[in-house]
Each structure stands twice: as C-alpha cells, then as structure tokens.
Design a protein around this ligand. Sequence first.
Ligand SMILES: Cc1cc2nc3c(=O)[nH]c(=O)nc-3n(C[C@H](O)[C@H](O)[C@H](O)COP(=O)(O)O)c2cc1C
Length: 224
Amino acid sequence: MELTEAIKTRHSVRKYTDQPIDTAKVAILRAELEKWNAGSGLNMQLVLDEPKAFSTGMWRYGQFSGVKNYFVMAGPAGKAAGEKIGYYGEKLVLLSQTLGLNTCWVGLTYKKIPGTYRLREGDKIHCVIALGYGTVPGVQHPMKPADGFYEPEGPKPEWFMAGLQAAMLAPTAVNQQKFKFILHEGNQVEAKALFSMAGYTDIDLGIVKCHFEIGAGEQNFTWV
Ligand SMILES: Cc1cc2nc3c(=O)[nH]c(=O)nc-3n(C[C@H](O)[C@H](O)[C@H](O)COP(=O)(O)O)c2cc1C
C-alpha cells in the first residue's frame, strides 16, 4: 500500500483483537523507529503485549478495548519537540497502516506503566499511539470546508491542493483541525497552528505537515 492510500484508509481505531503483531512487522516498525529517533533526537519506543496502560476503568473517553501494543512518544519537552513527535509519530502511524495495522493517537486516556519504557534526562512522554489489529477499520472524521485551511484566497496549484486534502484527512486531537497552510512566493509553504483550548496543537501541526508533504510531493515546495 502506498502512503497516499494509507492516508485515505487510516482512521482512529479504539477496539483491538487479541492477534499478536507478526514478528516481521515488528522488525520493520522497530527499524524505522530507530532510524527516525536517530535523525530527530526523539526517544520513541514500541511496547508490545502490555495491557495495563489501557486496562483502567477510570477513563471512558474514546472507549478503548483490547489495547496491548503501543508506541510511547517520548522526547525532549517543548513546542519544537512536540511538532517532531507529531511528524515522526504520524510516519509510524502511516507505516503501520501500510502493514495492515490500525492505530489511535492517545493524549489523555492511558496510564504510564513504569518499567515498560526508558526516559533519558529531560525526556517526557508527550502521548502514546495504540497499535494492533482493529476489530473495525474506523470511520472517516467530519471535515470543515477546504477554504478555511489556507491563505491567501484564490486558485492554488494542484500540488498545494493535494497537500491540503491530505492534511485534512490527518488525525488531530478531538478532531479540532486547528491549522492553516499559507502559500508564499516561490512555492514556499508556511504551516501554522491556530489557538485551541484543548491543546496538543504542536503535535497536530507535525502530523498535518507529515500528511501535506506526502500529498503535495516534497519536490514541489519548501517549508518556510
Ligand atoms: C494528539 C492527539 C491526541 C489524541 N488523544 C486522544 C485520546 O486521548 N483519546 C481518544 O479516544 N482519541 C484521541 N485522539 C484521536 C482523535 O480523537 C482523532 O484523531 C480525531 O477524532 C480524528 O479522527 P480520525 O483519527 O479517525 O481521523 C487523539 C488524536 C491526536 C492527534
């Protein structure tokens, strides 16, 4: 499956079967994760067969069940690191989708289980991403009209609109979609996070930038 196809078929999945993730798929995910950690300074980790993080009855939001595998999205604190968490986490999400696995970003409704992950000096856990074989493929989230997501008004190049469509399909916290893409002279694109009471806008920004790059084609533009 191509990444453009993964963008269209990915939806948040909160209920998982008992099927363990094949060792070949785990090896692919771990290899990419290590490569992306090395390039980004993040400390993302894959935890397998660990049901406690999602077993509490305390949280009802999201209705998770059967979650035993998840990515711990750890790294330095701060806005820049938050954006990287979103960008590289979404690369893991889309890679998982191409491998026939389902995912869900989780900011709130999980427990940190000491001993299942390692933090370096200064690291924090920004969030986790549930992973596994879903009992359902998930559903398409509602979308706001495309013209609210870009500036300036008026016709735009095909690659820009393809990037925007991909970004609109991206997961964002509580589906808030608080982002905007601005096209500048010389095919330069600026991506902006807008204010939100719910937070998580730095992570969301990294996620939508990951989708925009895939949709638009990295060769067609440069980030401001
Ligand atoms: C940073 C972030 C945090 C999220 N936290 C939660 C969460 O705590 N619980 C939950 O059920 N879903 C959570 N989600 C999933 C969003 O609700 C979901 O992505 C959004 O509704 C869009 O739906 P989709 O992913 O199916 O396209 C989170 C998503 C993101 C990007």
